[in-house]
Design a protein around this ligand. Structure first.
Ligand SMILES: O=C(O)c1cc(=O)[nH]c(=O)n1[C@@H]1O[C@H](COP(=O)(O)O)[C@@H](O)[C@H]1O
Length: 238
């Protein structure tokens, strides 16, 4: 597969976890918007703001605005509408914000002309059972993820963020029309960093992931374009 081969519905969402717009733009400039999508998270958004998100959208990229809203329903409803006005492709909230918050967010987006996909983070991929116990959540990460994924679907959202290790069970529970976005993706041999519940790109898609969030394995690579092309090539049969 050539580095620039365009893909129908790119599966890789590159996490642009950079300190400022200039670094992010240098990284993005050689990328082809038909081979990946981009995720803007809290660090870059705090530094570069809505203007930079609009710039990425204007460059032709599908942007996942990953601000993981978790607040009272009215505040989250207004926040997802502001995200929609930036033209983003996907936006997220924390499922731990509860049914009323998720339903308010969904209803708010239904009023918008441009409606991004709305997904909910279940349990962060950096958390293990002991971390959950410490904040009063009984059961395994998997138990909690399954419960929150069911609540998210029932609240009318488009999908969840979860670890690929839980994707197969969730896929079985929710059926095919629910979006599973999985971070904690590590190509064989790459550093795990602070992630705990990880899988390779091909394993994750095999398990039922719809989209893969990949940050440092691509952004810290000596050749990001090659690493992206290798990941895309490993997914060509799916
Ligand atoms: O919502 C997310 O994207 C997210 C949820 C989660 O449970 N775990 C998780 O790692 N993420 C994000 O996915 C990205 C993973 O980056 P890397 O670990 O560098 O691949 C980061 O931008 C995280 O903020």
């Amino acid at each position: 597969m050539s580095q620039n081969q365009s893909i129908n519905d790119p599966k890789v969402l590159i996490a642009l976890d950079f300190a400022d717009a200039q670094q992010a733009l240098e990284f993005v400039t050689p990328l082809d918007s038909s081979t990946c999508r981009l995720k803007v998270g809290k660090e870059l958004f705090a530094a570069a703001g809505p203007e930079f998100v609009r710039q990425l959208v204007d460059l032709g990229f599908d942007v996942f605005l990953d601000l993981k809203y978790h607040d009272i329903p009215n505040t989250v409803a207004k926040a997802v509408q502001a995200a929609a006005r930036m033209g983003v492709w996907m936006v997220n909230v924390h499922a731990l914000g509860g049914r009323k918050m998720m339903q308010a967010a969904k209803a708010a987006l239904d009023e918008m002309e441009h409606k991004p996909l709305l997904i909910a983070v279940t349990i962060l991929t950096s958390m293990e059972q002991e971390d959950l116990a410490e904040i009063g959540l009984a059961g395994s990460p998997r138990d909690n993820v399954m419960r929150l994924a069911a609540l998210t679907k029932d609240s009318g959202l488009d999908g969840v963020v979860c670890s690929a290790q839980e994707a197969a069970d969730i896929r079985e529970m929710v059926g095919k029309d629910f979006c599973l976005v999985t971070p904690g993706i590590r190509p064989a041999g790459s550093d795990i960093n602070d992630q705990k519940r990880i899988m390779t790109p091909a394993q994750a898609i095999e398990a039922g992931s719809s989209y893969l969030v990949v940050g440092r394995p691509i952004t810290q690579s000596k050749s990001p374009a090659n690493t992206l092309a290798e990941i895309n090539a490993s997914l060509i049969h799916y």
